[in-house]
Design a protein around this ligand. Structure first.
Ligand code: MD6
Ligand code: FE
Length: 232
């Protein structure tokens, strides 16, 4: 539950960006503000990692991980799949959301209830109320896989935040500003850490440094990342 400050009334016209609470919430132990509008919730899902990984397995059984090709013709080093009403893809024709998996022609697997619940709890913990995701991109990194600096801007509604869940081997997350030229900060994300961002950070450039060799009891040498979004 989010404590209300006495005498402070929030207007109904700001349903998602409960942004006035950000500073208060950020003072909670285990929270790290990495930019105005972006925070890490340390260990938020540590105890739920196994259940989330099982749900990833069941998604991947129906929509297998694959390495997609960028519009420029490069094969991405991280393997990806999706669940939800929309799935993010890239191919020679561009970056976009689709309602079917192009590999199978079938709809993407349903968003597991656990993912919807995780998104709601994590976004609320960061001060964003009422976030209901309709898409989840799942990334799988083997040692050496990386994600170069990018903005998430294929979604229709930038007022909704993004909830990002890290599982398995730790990675270095790069988080910059609204311009690519801004030098990004470096943040180590471990199993169970969650990053929530929105508001003024929604279009920040970010990326993932090449995954180091490592061993995690639940994932071996791999790292998984969920990004829960409102795409439609
Ligand atoms: C990753 N994450 O951590 C890649 N995008 O594997 C992202 O690209 C990302 O973590 C938007 C919001 C949070 C993220
Ligand atoms: Fe991203």
């Amino acid at each position: 539950m989010v404590p209300m400050k006495p005498g402070v009334r929030r207007r109904a016209s700001r349903p998602l960006a409960a942004y006035d609470l950000f500073a208060d919430l950020a003072a909670t132990p285990g929270r790290e503000v990495i930019a105005d509008g972006a925070m890490i919730l340390r260990g938020f899902l540590r105890d739920e990692g196994e259940a989330i990984l099982r749900a990833i397995d069941s998604v991947a059984a129906r929509a297998p991980f694959r390495r997609m090709v960028t519009p420029g013709g490069f094969t991405m080093s991280a393997a990806m799949t999706n669940c939800g009403r929309a799935g993010w893809i890239t191919d020679r024709r561009g970056y976009r959301y689709t309602d079917v998996d192009p590999e199978s022609g079938r709809p993407w697997p349903e968003l597991p209830a656990l993912f919807v619940d995780v998104a709601r709890r994590a976004s609320a913990a960061a001060g964003f109320r009422g976030f209901v995701p309709d898409a989840c991109l799942i990334n799988c990194y083997e040692p050496g896989a990386r994600l170069s600096l990018h903005q998430d801007r294929n979604e229709r509604d930038f007022t909704a935040p993004i909830v990002s869940v890290s599982l398995g081997v730790p990675a270095i997350f790069l988080f910059g500003g609204a311009e690519r030229s801004e030098r990004p900060g470096r943040w180590r994300l471990e199993h169970g850490d969650v990053v929530v961002w929105g508001g003024p950070a929604r279009l920040a450039f970010h990326g993932v440094v090449a995954l180091a060799e490592g061993k995690h009891p639940l994932t071996g040498s791999r790292r998984f990342n969920l990004t829960l979004r409102k795409a439609l």
